[in-house]
Every structure is written in structure tokens, then in C-alpha cells.
Write a protein that binds this ligand. Structure first.
Ligand SMILES: *Cc1c(COP(=O)(O)O)cnc(C)c1O
Length: 468
């Protein structure tokens, strides 16, 4: 399978190439040249497979010749063997119609483990002998950082520099990053910055010859295609359990960078019968505005109790716009350049109409999140985290959906990861699961830097292993 850039000019790459590169050199994001399609019979035949086998079947068309099927299966078994639940992503029923897809049974308690545990193994697998070491530079609003660090800590030929906005991640999130003392892990707390500021510095490094000439950069943010690919699998897993391909299913997805919900779009393009994809945002609602009015304009980030969704610029939305706009990379490059200059753009009619066929959206205010957490707890006996609460609120807001269609809300984080907010809403403090152990007793290590690009580049280039 070949991959092309959403901005039309970067040379196509194979799966190994896009996994190691992250961002395309023309500033775009890689997408498969075409979507593999499964027929209804082929989908029906996937029912009942163990998760790792299902993952291999779904991902093989994207991986192509880069990894042989038996080897890919072995990598999936290793990655998903680290999950605390045998089903990996179990489905829990809330009421007659609503379901939770629990994606937080990995080592760092958020859905990002599902993709990153595999990505850590893919890096090792795809780097060939004699290759320069890979320097991963990433920005995190909390969960990507901990999941990526867990996935690459101590691995050979890979080092990681992870930027987070100082004071804007939860204590559990921070400690899951800063208590990993492996020498290939570098945590950077950026003073006075938002996630978007951190992300902008990372993106700039990828386009900065002073950095790329010295270091072999790669990405673990959801701009990396391999992450999205791994997330497609649980849409199939959930829908198969609820009767696909005979029965349609809707998904409500707590959304920040549009990665997780784009994976749902990919599942639909592959033939999975999805009735609707509900994009759930908090008050940082650029995606809700874009999908309802066509206005994609970034305001300033407002901190909420769902910090992993406190994002104004959703990188992966570009992938959707590319696919909906006839895959015209040159036109999209111009549209995105305009957005980068003014932080505002209007979707085209083709983009709006294409999105309207599958997507809906809703935004959750603080009171909506609290109410959803209380409803789950009081009516269903389930404790949910604030991100999941945005999703559940958005699921409840779909009053025009056929009542026979089951609605699956993606439970993106374990409630203990955001236990202060959960306790304020429900009066109950969720205990940390045993697998995170003595997190609050461990030593922390990180450095603090000002939100200044040249200081960041100096630090990274001084501490990273250069290309030889
Ligand atoms: C990252 C994250 C999200 C947002 O996912 P995107 O793929 O960026 O849309 C939602 N909830 C939690 C808990 C997360 O960690």
C-alpha cells in the first residue's frame, strides 16, 4: 500500500516509510492512496476472533509488504498482551441503547495505549540495522505523552522528547510521564504554554533544516498514520459484537485532534456499516462549529476538566477534508496555508456535504459533563471520566437517531486518571488500578523550559543522538 500526502507534493511512501516519518515533508499528513474494502461476508467472517487476530486482519491491507502476516500477528499479540482485560477493549452496556467501549485497560489508563503499545514495537521492527537512531519529538495534552513514553522507554535506537504544557495536565498524567527514568526519555514542561503552543513548536521542528539535518525525527502524535490504523480495529470489534454487518451502529467519540474519530471514518470507508459518527467536544468546540456551520476558526484554548480535548487546531481534520474534497492536494494545501495565516477558514460545499452524510456533533459544557458522570453512576452503576462524559452527553443529544441503532460511546480514559474531577461530580473517588502501582511514591524527573522555540531546539539538539 502506498501513502500520499494531503498537500499533494511529498513523494509517496510505503507503510514503513510513513510510520518512521510521521509528518510529510510538504507539511501534509499521509493517507493511504485508496481505502481497502471488506465485503459484508468478509466482515461477518471476522466475528469472534481474538482481538490480536482481528487487529492483524484489519491492519494487513494497510501494512502491505512492510511486515509479513505472521509477524504482524506476533507484534499484535505482544502489544495487546499488556492489557489488563482479556477482551482488550470490552463493551459494557449502560441501558437499552447505550454502550461504553472501554479503551482504557492499557498500561497508562487511556485509549492511546491501544495504538502506542503497537507503535513502539513497529518502530523497533521497521528500523533496520545501521539506521540512525530515531528521535521522537512530541507534544501532549497528557495522555499521548504517558502512553508514548511507556511504549518506548528502554527500547533500543529510539529516544523521546515529550513537551507538555506546564501545570495543565493532571497529577496522574504528569507522574505517568515523569516517573519513567529510562535514559532515552526526556520530559519537558513548557512554561506559560498551551498544548497548541507545544504542538506548534514540534511541527516547526519537523520543517526546520537545522533540526532535520542533525536528527532523524519521528512522531507519535496522531499525525502518525500507524496510530490511526491501530484505532480502526476497535470500531470493528465493537460493531461485530453488536451485530454488524447486519445491523448498523453509531459511535460517539470524545474528540480533540480528530484522530480517534477519523479512525471511525476509515472503518466506514472500509465497509463497516456505521450509521453515524458523533464528534463530541468540550467548550473548545472548533470541530462542532465546523461541522454545524462550516466555520473552522480557532479561538484561544480554554482549560477544562477534560484536558486531552482542550485543543483548538485539530491536525487530523485535514485528512478528512482531503478525502471529502476529492483528494486535491494542491487545493487543500492552499486552503490550509490560508488557515495557518489567519487561523480561520470556511469549509467548501463538497467538504460540508460530504461530512453531513456521516458526522454529527455536540459540545459539552462543564455542567453537561458533570451531569453525564452522575447519570452513568446513578442510573447505570458505571464511573466514567470527564472525556467519556463529553461523549455520553453527545450520544444523549442525538434526538433524531433511529432508536433501533445502538450508540457506542468511546470510554477514552480510566476514571482514576481524572479522579479529582470525577469526585467533584459524583462524590466518589475512583481508586487507581493496581497496575499503576506506587505512582505517587516514585521519583519524578523533568526539565522546565520557557515557551521559546530556539531554547527548545537548543535543548533537543544538545541532548539527542545525532545522525552519524
Ligand atoms: C487524546 C484523548 C482524546 C482525544 O482524542 P483525539 O484522537 O485527539 O481526538 C479524548 N480523550 C482522551 C482521554 C484522550 O487521551
Amino acid at each position: 500500500m502506498d501513502y500520499v500526502s494531503t498537500r499533494g507534493t511529498a513523494p509517496p511512501l510505503d507503510f514503513a516509510g510513513v510510520t518512521l516519518a510521521g509528518l510529510a515533508p510538504d507539511g501534509g499528513l499521509y493517507v493511504p492512496r485508496e481505502w481497502p474494502r471488506f465485503t459484508p461476508d468478509e466482515i461477518a467472517a471476522l466475528a469472534g476472533l481474538p482481538y490480536a487476530r482481528l487487529a492483524q486482519r484489519i491492519m494487513q491491507p494497510f501494512v502491505g509488504d512492510s511486515i509479513a502476516p505472521e509477524r504482524l500477528l506476533a507484534l499484535c499479540e505482544t502489544a495487546y498482551g499488556r492489557f489488563a482485560h482479556a477482551a482488550v477493549t470490552p463493551l459494557v452496556q449502560l441501558d437499552e441503547r447505550n454502550w461504553l467501549l472501554e479503551l482504557f485497560h492499557g498500561p497508562t489508563l487511556a485509549f492511546k495505549d491501544v495504538a502506542l503499545q503497537l507503535l513502539g514495537l513497529l518502530f523497533e521492527e521497521l528500523l533496520t540495522q545501521g539506521d540512525a537512531p530515531l528521535t521522537i519529538v512530541g507534544a501532549t495534552s497528557g495522555d499521548t505523552g504517558s502512553a508514548a513514553i511507556d511504549a518506548v522507554a528502554g527500547r533500543e535506537n529510539v529516544e523521546i522528547f515529550m513537551l507538555h504544557p506546564k501545570g495543565r495536565v493532571s497529577d496522574v498524567q504528569r507522574r505517568q510521564m515523569t516517573t519513567v527514568l529510562a535514559p532515552n526519555v526526556h520530559n519537558i514542561a513548557v512554561e506559560g504554554a498551551s498544548f497548541d503552543d507545544c504542538q506548534a513548536m514540534v511541527k516547526r521542528m519537523f520543517g526546520d533544516p537545522a533540526v532535520t539535518a542533525r536528527l532523524r525525527l519521528s512522531a507519535v502524535n496522531s499525525i502518525n498514520w500507524a496510530r490511526l490504523m491501530a484505532q480502526v480495529v476497535y470500531y470493528f470489534a465493537a460493531a461485530l459484537q453488536l451485530g454488524a454487518p447486519r445491523r448498523k451502529v453509531a459511535f460517539s467519540v470524545p474528540t480533540g485532534n480528530f484522530g480517534d474519530v477519523f479512525a471511525g471514518y476509515v472503518a466506514a470507508r472500509m465497509g463497516l456499516p456505521i450509521e453515524r459518527l458523533i464528534v463530541a467536544t468540550n467548550v473548545n468546540d472548533i470541530l462542532h462549529r465546523a461541522l454545524t456551520t462550516g466555520d473552522y476558526s480557532a479561538g484561544s484554548v480554554e482549560p477544562t476538566i477534560a484536558p486531552s480535548m482542550d485543543i483548538q487546531v485539530s491536525s487530523n481534520f485535514e485528512r478528512l477534508l482531503f478525502d471529502l474534497g476529492g483528494r486535491d492536494g494542491i487545493a487543500l494545501a492552499a486552503q490550509m496555508k490560508g488557515f495557518e495565516a489567519s487561523r480561520a477558514m470556511q469549509l467548501t460545499n463538497a467538504q460540508r456535504e460530504g461530512a453531513a452524510g456521516l458526522f454529527a456533533s455536540a459540545r459539552a459544557e462543564a455542567g453537561d459533563m458533570a451531569q453525564a458522570m452522575r447519570w452513568a453512576s446513578e442510573a447505570c452503576g458505571q464511573t466514567i471520566d470527564p472525556h467519556t462524559a463529553c461523549g455520553l452527553h453527545a450520544a444523549h443529544a442525538q434526538t433524531d437517531l433511529d432508536p433501533a441503532v445502538p450508540v457506542v460511546t468511546l470510554a477514552t480514559a480510566h476514571p482514576a486518571k481524572f479522579r479529582d474531577a470525577v469526585e467533584r461530580a459524583t462524590g466518589q473517588r475512583p481508586p487507581l488500578p493496581a497496575r499503576v502501582g506506587d505512582l505517587f511514591k516514585r521519583e519524578e524527573r523533568m526539565i522546565e523550559l520557557p515557551g521559546d522555540y530556539s531554547a527548545m531546539v537548543d535543548y533537543v539538539t544538545a541532548h539527542a543522538v545525532a545522525r552519524s
